[in-house]
Design a protein around this ligand. Sequence first.
Ligand SMILES: Nc1ncnc2c1ncn2[C@@H]1O[C@H](COP(=O)(O)OP(=O)(O)OP(=O)(O)O)[C@@H](O)[C@H]1O
Length: 260
Amino acid sequence: MNAIALADPIADTAMGDTLLYLEDVTVSFDGFKALNALSLAIGKGEMRTVIGPNGAGKTTMMDVITGKTRPDTGRVQFGDRIDLTRLDEAAVANLGIGRKFQKPTVFENLTVFENLELALKTSRGTFATLMARLDGTALRKIDEMLALIGLGGHKARSAGALSHGQKQWLEIGMLLLAEPQLLLLDEPVAGMTDIETEQTAKLFKELAGSHTLVVVEHDMQFVRELGVRVTVLHEGSVLAEGSLDHVQKNQRVVDVYLGR
Ligand SMILES: Nc1ncnc2c1ncn2[C@@H]1O[C@H](COP(=O)(O)OP(=O)(O)OP(=O)(O)O)[C@@H](O)[C@H]1O
């Protein structure tokens, strides 16, 4: 560890229990290592941002965690004892690992409320059991979610009529209704307006602590706004880790990514 790492306040923050632990994970495509002995630990209730140049392995990392891609070697431990590399995508989702892809996928012909209702009905969360019909608890749960994602005034609108940012929030709300233990978000603010980006940062900061979030982003203003530990990936491994200020001082990070 060098002097800068020691001076980094976020590097010194106690993480508590580890929820997700990748150890020496390697994924090769025709001999090319998209992940190269990647090791990474995410604490329970932590929000982590992951940055890095195109091709650094960010998507592949998410694919490995969610059971879409099986690593050649390495371990992906979830909680105390579950090895995610032995599970398929459906089993990983059932464990409570939610994934938000870059593009919004909501049911455009349904209303905002109906989208959330459907998510609740099909979720693995405890509230799913309440959903044989929409009882008071379930309705309250949906109303709370509408307020959290800033769509309280839009519940009767068709999802297709929402702005891009609002669609992203709706999909995040749908994922949250499944009460995920871990939420992976791939470039959530890409294509959002500045105001939507700010509101998304506010939402994520509210979720952190009670949720564990891994956020892959290229928008450095947003990463700064989140103000959490940053992992820089490069050529399939961790190049640097710490606060954004800390990683921005790393000359290699500047050379391969931030200085471009
Ligand atoms: N199925 C595949 N077959 C062959 N090569 C692949 C495959 N998936 C990913 N790769 C390669 O692995 C490397 C890592 O890709 P990955 O998509 O994980 O990077 P990334 O960090 O998510 O990039 P971006 O910021 O552009 O989304 C890239 O060079 C990519 O071309």
